[in-house]
Ligand binder design. Structure first.
Ligand SMILES: Nc1ncnc2c1ncn2[C@@H]1O[C@H](COP(=O)(O)OP(=O)(O)O)[C@@H](O)[C@H]1O
Ligand SMILES: [Mg+2]
Length: 385
């Protein structure tokens, strides 16, 4: 049995953790619970506080306020080397003058473990990361992906119960990045260490995570499973950050959306009816395009080849919509097309999702006259079912 399999994942709880730099709250009252052996991703744009939060969990920074609990114990005053955490930093950080084997064993040597045990552990770990036989190389004799795998083995050598990964794949080219992240996910499942990954890459987050935390300006914008966040984004910010979304202004009719210039676009799935003019969001995979040279209401403005599919941009009056179509584009630049939508998302002017499930569906957006009564709304709902 490999010595690597003995790592157990810890539970991590953050209670209103805040870190202030000068006048900016880099992390602002973040609370969340990470289950033992969970793979959680902190996703957000640059500057949203991801690294700061991870460094506080690892013990490299102290919060201004709040508690960090690992298996129930507050670790805020516990020094880095005593925490059951290991962190892989954003920049490659191997010791250039030490061999691969010694990079991995160094932490164990500091802990004065018996020589035999260290040698066995290094063999096991290099086997786990697929680098058996590379013991005597120097970091400069490895590719970027191999270096990152050594750094991973080094972090795992400390048997962390929580593994902290700060954009560990971002320095690698696309193919390696995909290879290594698949590898990390598989390894994490086998080893079972609780893992917190920081990334700004939505694809990485969707592919790897049990749950995703979307951060914005140091605050939690949404927490949920990947499909939940993708399908039911709570805000326009989340919708645009995870996947893409076009936003339109218009009013809702029984059959779909009436754009500001009066053009009606059919929506196939039932949606919550909202009075006024909500922001209407649509994902490109939900936009259905068909050629209609004669009288299509939309015009193709731009076509971007994506390999096995095309992304096209369509306009109608002041409205712009992105759509994914197959290899066969239904027209060319300036062609007129018809547009239908499979489903839409509705948001208030301030960008909060309007969702029937949370009882918000009756909010009037944009306010003012023209609001429907309860019974009228019910009628519209009825006709759509
Ligand atoms: N040591 C620091 N001193 C001052 N400001 C900092 C420091 N570290 C981070 N910040 C600021 O805190 C915010 C969050 O930074 P960071 O956690 O690095 O974001 P991310 O990792 O999401 O890109 C940013 O506005 C950044 O400029
Ligand atoms: Mg960062």
């Amino acid at each position: 049995m490999s010595t690597v399999n003995e790592i157990r994942g810890s539970e991590l709880v953050l209670e209103e953790v805040t870190k202030i730099f000068g006048t900016v709250a880099a992390v602002d009252q973040v609370s969340l619970r990470v289950a033992p052996s969970e793979f959680l991703t902190l996703l957000g744009p640059s500057g949203s506080g991801k690294t700061t939060l991870l460094r506080m969990i690892g013990g490299f920074l102290s919060p201004n306020s709040g508690r960090i609990l690992i298996d129930g114990d507050d670790v805020v005053d516990m020094p880095v080397e005593r925490r059951p955490t290991a962190m892989l930093f954003q920049q490659l950080s191997l010791w250039p003058h030490l061999t691969v084997a010694r990079n991995v064993s160094f932490g164990l040597e500091l802990r004065r473990r018996p020589k035999e045990e260290i040698a066995q552990k290094v063999r096991d770990l290099l086997g786990v990361v697929g680098l058996s036989g590379f013991e005597d190389r120097l970091p400069s004799q490895l590719s970027g992906g191999q270096q990152q795998r050594v750094a991973l083995a080094r972090a795992l050598a400390l048997e962390p119960r929580i593994l902290l990964l700060d954009e560990p794949f971002s320095a690698l080219d696309t193919k390696l990045r995909i290879e290594l992240r698949t590898f990390v996910r598989k390894l994490q499942r086998e080893v079972g260490t609780t893992t917190i990954l920081v990334t700004h890459d939505q694809e990485e987050a969707l592919e790897l995570s049990d749950r995703i935390v979307v951060l914005r300006d140091g605050r939690v914008e949404q927490i949920g499973e990947p499909t939940e966040i993708y399908d039911l984004p709570k805000t326009g910010f989340v919708a645009e950050f995870l996947g893409s979304m076009s936003f339109l202004t218009g009013s809702l009719t029984a059959r779909g959306v009436r754009l500001e210039n009066g053009v009606e676009v059919e929506v196939q799935e039932p949606f919550d009816h909202v009075a006024g003019t909500p922001q209407i969001g649509v994902r490109p995979e939900d936009v259905l395009v068909s050629a209609n040279e004669g009288s299509g209401a939309f015009v193709i403005d731009r076509i971007t080849r994506k390999g096995y599919f095309n992304e096209i941009w369509l306009s109608c009056g002041g409205a712009t919509v992105g759509a994914y179509v197959g290899r066969e584009v239904p027209g060319s630049i300036h062609s007129r097309v018809d547009v239908r939508m499979r489903k839409i998302h509705l948001f208030t002017e301030s960008g909060d999702a309007i969702d029937l499930d949370n009882g918000n569906a009756s909010v009037a957006v944009g306010g003012g006259p023209g609001e429907q009564s309860e019974s009228e709304r019910a009628e519209v709902q009825e006709t759509r079912r």
